[in-house]
Each structure stands twice: as C-alpha cells, then as structure tokens.
Write a protein that binds this ligand. Structure first.
Ligand SMILES: *Cc1c(COP(=O)(O)O)cnc(C)c1O
Length: 350
C-alpha cells in the first residue's frame, strides 16, 4: 500500500501506516469517472483521485442532488481480489439515483466502472483483516442555483477507493446505544436512500447522545418502533432467532442485514422481519438475548448497553454476544474466501 495516496493534508503518518488511519481517510491513487451531459454518459476514464473540479454553483452543492454507495473488495488467500455482493450494491445505487431524481447509471456500466477502478488500484488492496472500501458517488453537476425545484440535467459518477483497516483493531468493544423514541433519523420517505443529507439530519441527535449520555450511537425509535442507528441496521439475536425490522421506506435496506438474515436461515435459525418495539428490546436484554448493528464497515457489531430515559440496560452481560460473534465470523469467512460461497456473493474483479 505504499502507493496509497491521500488528499488530506495532515495524513502523512496515515500514509506510512494506513491500517492505523481513521476509517476512510486514506485513498487509492486513481478513480473511475464518467460525466452525464446532453442525455448521455461520457466514456469512462480512470483519473488521479486527488482532484475534482466543480463550479461553486454546482447543483449538488446547493440542493443535495447526491447519493452514494459503500461496499468492499477483499484480497483472497490466492492473491486475487473479489467484491462482496456487488450486484446488490449496484441495484441500491440505481434506486438511490432514481429517488434523488438523478440520471440512473446502467448495471453493466456501474459494474465495469467499479471493476476497472479496482483493477487499476489492485496493488493498493490490502490483505485481511484490512480491505478496500469502495465509494461510488453520484452528484448533480448542472451549473445552476436557480433549479431549486428541478432536477440537475447533468451529473458526475466517480468511484473512490479507500484502503481500510480492521474496524475492530484493538478489540471488539460492545456499543452503547441511546434509545431515542422521539426523533427520526430522516424523513420517512427518504430513509431508504443512501445520501449525505440523511446523515446531516441525524447528526445533532447523535452529537447530543454522545455529549449528554456518553452513548456511541442513537437507535432511532420514533413512535416506539426501532428503525436503525445513524449508519447501521439493528438486529436482535438469540441462539434460535434473528429479529429485525421489516423493510419500508423509513430506513436503509442494508446488504449486510440481508446477508446476515440469509446466513442465519441457512444455519437453521428462525428469521423474523417485523416491527420491534422499545419494550421488546428492553425485555430481550433482560432475558439474556443479544443485539447487534450490521453494515459494510463493521460487518456485525455487538451492543452491550442501551440507555433509555436516563437508565442503563445491559445486554448480553455488557459484552459482544456469542451468536453475534459466530455469525460475524461466518460472514467474514465467506467474504475472504475462507468458506464456500453458496449464495454467489463474491465476484472476482478480473
Ligand atoms: C449504508 C448504510 C447501512 C448499511 O448498509 P450495508 O449495505 O449493510 O453497508 C445502514 N444504514 C444506513 C443509514 C446506511 O447508510
């Protein structure tokens, strides 16, 4: 990873030891890029990843006409590189583009842009437990601050790559979640869109949870029903079952969530997709169950504590639970090619 570069001015130490750098702060040298103009995409190019020139009047910078994806590529034991559930991430990016009124890239176009970017940066893909985080990004680039109520007629699509270390380097510490039954993470129709505006809306609540309660994250439960945290899906687990919210437009349909559910089913566990009340979470904790968050970055992270109306409720003895650890390991084994892939989730980049 000596050729990994960073556009961040103060990351020279990060460059020397990328595994120690904060997640997403080091970037691979090049990115694939294509522009949408006059109703068509320009031929894809691979260009240096440290510069993108945009006019200050660019639509996305004012009216949030932007969305992104987040997936990973892993270096397998035989030295080859494979993405994880690429087709599902492509579908979700297309859905986000539609819901943000942005031009929708084609499936093959997106796949080839991602794969060609990875091939160009193959030497920067680190060995496990590190991985290459892939950030496809779509921005409305029409030069107009007058189109507040109209979509951008132009766009740029680029594939940024970031070598990332093990999310749990130094141990997998259990998370403390503030249960917030008052606020929503974002507008109910926008939850299923992977866009930056959703993150900005959740931020004040997350900052408050940290400063006022010492929590790591907020579990948004408007009306007493758990949706998700700021950037990860929420699951209850025990030896027999995995329970998580049924899909609707209020929260992000995680690819990791779906992988955990399919994996649990294949291991003979019962999978329940249905509303989870705050009451049930507290009872689940009291009777010895487990809770976890799922997402590409952390895969499956254990919850050790809930804070609700000022009171702490430990879960799985304040530790990461054994079912969580086992499912996480099973998933990582598939991602890294250390276990068979009966679901067809790995895709070689060549
Ligand atoms: C990306 C994301 C997730 C996790 O999705 P994965 O596909 O599992 O990475 C969950 N919640 C939000 C809000 C997200 O943006």
């Amino acid at each position: 990873m000596n050729n990994a570069t960073s556009s961040s001015p103060n990351s020279s130490t990060a460059q020397a030891a990328p595994k120690m750098a904060p997640f997403g702060s080091v970037f691979a040298p090049t990115m694939g890029i294509t522009w949408y103009r006059n109703g068509a995409w320009t031929p894809a190019e691979v260009v240096p990843a440290n510069q993108l020139v945009l006019h200050p009047g660019t639509h996305a910078l004012h009216y949030a006409s932007a969305c992104f994806e987040g997936l990973k590529a892993y270096r397998l034991a035989d030295g080859s590189v494979a993405t994880f559930r690429l087709a599902d991430h492509i579908k979700r990016m297309q859905q986000s583009a539609r819901l943000m009124s942005l031009p929708e890239p084609g499936s093959e176009q997106l796949r080839e842009l991602i794969n060609s970017t990875l091939r160009d940066n193959q030497a920067s893909v680190p060995a496990p437990p590190a991985a290459m985080y892939i950030r496809p990004t779509l921005l409305g680039t029409e030069l107009s601050i007058g189109k507040a109520a109209k979509p951008s007629s132009e766009a740029v699509l680029y594939i940024l790559l970031s070598p990332v270390g093990d999310y749990f380097e130094g141990g997998m510490s259990p998370l403390s979640l503030l249960i917030d039954d008052e606020h929503m993470r974002t507008a109910p129709t926008m939850g299923m869109v992977k866009c930056g505006a959703n993150y900005a809306m959740a931020l004040p609540h997350i900052m408050h949870a940290r400063s006022a309660h010492g929590a790591d994250q907020v579990l948004f439960c408007p009306g007493g029903i758990a949706q998700e945290t700021g950037a990860a899906n929420f699951l209850l687990l025990d030896k027999e079952r995995v329970v998580t919210k049924d899909l609707d437009s209020t929260f992000l349909h995680g690819v990791t969530r779906s992988a955990v559910l399919e994996l649990a089913k294949s291991r003979g566990m019962q999978v329940e997709e249905r509303p989870i009340t705050v009451q049930e979470i507290l009872e689940w904790a009291a009777r010895g169950g487990e809770a976890a968050l799922s997402g590409t970055a952390a895969v499956l992270a254990g919850v050790g504590n809930f804070i609700y109306r000022g009171e702490h409720h430990a879960i799985s003895g304040g530790q990461v639970g054994p079912v969580t650890l086992e499912l996480r390991q099973a998933l990582v084994n598939i991602q890294l090619g250390n276990a068979p892939d009966p679901f067809g989730w790995r895709a070689p980049i060549a």
